[in-house]
Design a protein around this ligand. Structure first.
Ligand SMILES: Cc1cc2nc3c(=O)[nH]c(=O)nc-3n(C[C@H](O)[C@H](O)[C@H](O)COP(=O)(O)OP(=O)(O)OC[C@H]3O[C@@H](n4cnc5c(N)ncnc54)[C@H](O)[C@@H]3O)c2cc1C
Length: 517
């Protein structure tokens, strides 16, 4: 008899690992299957010239004692083993726009946030307060976001009637400079004008305004710690385990098949990869109607990115404890739409973990890039484990694009080129190959206010023992993916057993919001 696990989990991104850790802690037998050599999906790091670079997690929100992410991390003991560093209280992000000389800050704490913006736009104070109230109002409606027992009806009701974030901003404040400032870090959710619902902005930005941190030694600390916990509770994790098929009988999923033909059996299956890839793995079955499959596969994915990883010469650029967003023109939206001449329209700049507390070891500079820009090379596949040097034409494309990104970054950090020891790049193809996102998408399926229910993917599929989790179920980002993992596992275990347990275990660390006078 083959071993049958209680749960077979596909993908070792945060969603897969956090789900596995919760279930293993509950005493279930779990196995996590990861196609790559390194675990973690977007939590992966790599090093060049002894500098550590994060691939997909640069900062986290909600980590002050008692806040939502703190409680979810604390439940699994992560707060004791991962080193976090708080970003600048007076500005975790700094945002600037083409012809505006001011380097605006995004402070932590709502009072600081309101007072800082009202300092620039005093006549708009009431509108800024209203906007913040609206953000907090949405966040209060999603119980799992607040480590509360679930009943999502109120949230779903809100989502059904939600407006695009730009429209909500415009309804609260009038000054065009303030409007663009409030949306200035929308790269955090790949915001699209007239499309992105306000709730997406609220859930993401609220967590950072509440508190903003970096992983001191890179995001892989999270995947390492979760893997240890899974193994400690008897769970198994296998790298180089590419799932190529989910087999089914008439009524349920029966096993998954790996690239080498090996079959892994489970009572239940949780897919923590893209939903449309999951359905492709299932293939033909009467349980999945064609309409359901094509609805999922037609959903648009968020834009991808081109990233330049810069290794700096020692003691050249003084460190900074915030992230920088720079939009070349004054339009904070539509930066994902560009002509070749215009590209890149914006950059986001992050520091790497540094050995020297006074100076930066390296910088990560990210710009949106459409998958179409690299489509001509899409038939190639290149990772450390499966090397295939792409053509010289592709390498030249990357070198040219890197220079354009560096040009824009120089405007905010003069001297980057002079202080640079070496640089490396990643394109939408790199993201596709290492993480498996469709088209190298940054944050998965685009949430669209015009069709909100279509873009909110439930954990249940039409196959009774196959469930979904990961960034496409509730929300992307560390907090969003953990909320999604808790949602999936809570629904599988039923009766709000899991969330009640998490809530009670972390209750003494809950934030008590004092009502305002
Ligand atoms: C460039 C970038 C910057 C970001 N910055 C931040 C940030 O600063 N803060 C923040 O909170 N969030 C950030 N995010 C978002 C966040 O990292 C993601 O939302 C989150 O980590 C996604 O987790 P996931 O579990 O959904 O899946 P992923 O991380 O996508 O993991 C999926 C895993 O499944 C594996 N897999 C795929 N197919 C198979 C298969 N067939 N068989 C086996 N394994 C498979 C993949 O190899 C991968 O390891 C960023 C994302 C990107 C891309």
């Amino acid at each position: 008899m083959e071993k049958e696990f209680d749960f077979v989990i596909i993908g070792s991104g945060l969603g897969g690992l956090y789900s596995a850790a919760m279930l293993a802690k509950e005493g279930y037998s779990v196995i996590v299957l990861e196609k790559n050599r390194q675990l973690g999906g977007c939590l992966q790091i790599f090093s060049r010239d002894k500098v550590i670079f994060d691939t997909g997690v640069h900062y986290l929100g909600g980590l002050d004692k008692g806040q939502n992410l703190y409680r979810y991390f604390d439940y699994l003991g992560l707060m004791d083993v991962i080193k976090f560093k708080k970003l600048d209280m007076d500005g975790f992000d700094q945002i600037s726009f083409g012809d505006d000389p001011v380097q605006y800050k995004v402070p932590q704490g709502y009072d600081n946030f309101i007072n800082y913006y009202a300092g620039f736009f005093p006549e708009e104070r009431a509108g800024i307060e209203l906007f913040c109230d609206k953000m907090r109002e949405v966040c209060a409606k999603l119980p799992l976001y607040n480590v509360e027992v679930t009943n999502d009806l109120d949230f779903m009701q809100f989502v059904l009637n939600d407006k695009p974030v730009d429209e909500v901003i415009n309804s609260c404040v009038k000054d065009p400079a303030l409007r663009r400032l409030l949306a200035g870090n929308n790269a955090l959710y790949a915001g699209m004008l007239g499309v992105t619902p306000f709730y997406v902005h609220a859930l993401v930005i609220n967590s950072y305004v509440e508190s903003s941190y970096k992983c001191e030694k890179g995001g892989a600390q999270i995947s390492l710690a979760l893997s240890k916990i899974i193994r400690q509770y008897g769970g198994l994790i296998r790298a180089h385990a590419h799932v190529t098929k989910i087999e089914t009988d008439e009524k349920k999923a029966t096993c998954v098949v790996l690239e080498n033909g090996e079959k892994i059996y489970g009572k239940k299956y949780i897919s923590a990869i893209h939903p449309s890839v999951t359905l492709d793995l299932v293939g033909e079955t009467k349980m999945l109607r064609k309409a359901y499959k094509s609805r999922i596969s037609m959903l648009k994915n968020s834009v991808s990115a081109f990233i330049v990883y810069v290794v700096l010469k020692e003691k050249t650029i003084p460190t900074f404890n915030h992230n920088k967003y720079y939009v070349k023109c004054n339009d904070v939206w539509n930066n994902e739409i560009y002509t070749e001449e215009e590209w890149p329209k914006s950059v986001a700049i992050f520091t790497t973990p540094s050995k020297d507390p006074e100076y930066c070891d390296g910088l990560i500079i990210m710009s949106y890039m459409q998958y179409d820009d690299v489509k001509q090379w899409e038939d190639t596949f290149n990772t450390v484990a499966q090397e295939d040097e792409r053509s010289e034409e592709y390498q030249q494309f990357k070198r040219d694009k890197a220079q354009k990104v560096l040009d824009l970054a120089e405007e905010k950090i003069p001297g980057i080129r002079e202080h640079m020891k070496s640089f490396y790049t990643s394109s939408p193809l790199t993201m596709r190959d290492y993480i498996g996102g469709e088209g190298g998408s940054l944050y998965g399926i685009v949430k669209d206010h015009r069709d909100p229910l279509k873009t909110l993917i439930p954990p249940q599929t039409r196959i009774p023992n196959l469930f979904l989790t990961g960034q496409n179920t509730v929300m992307h980002g560390v907090l969003g993916v953990i909320v999604g993992a808790v949602k999936t596992c809570n629904e599988i275990l039923g009766d709000n057993y899991l969330i009640t347990k998490i809530k009670e275990a972390t209750l003494d660390k809950q934030v008590v919001n004092e009502p305002k006078n």
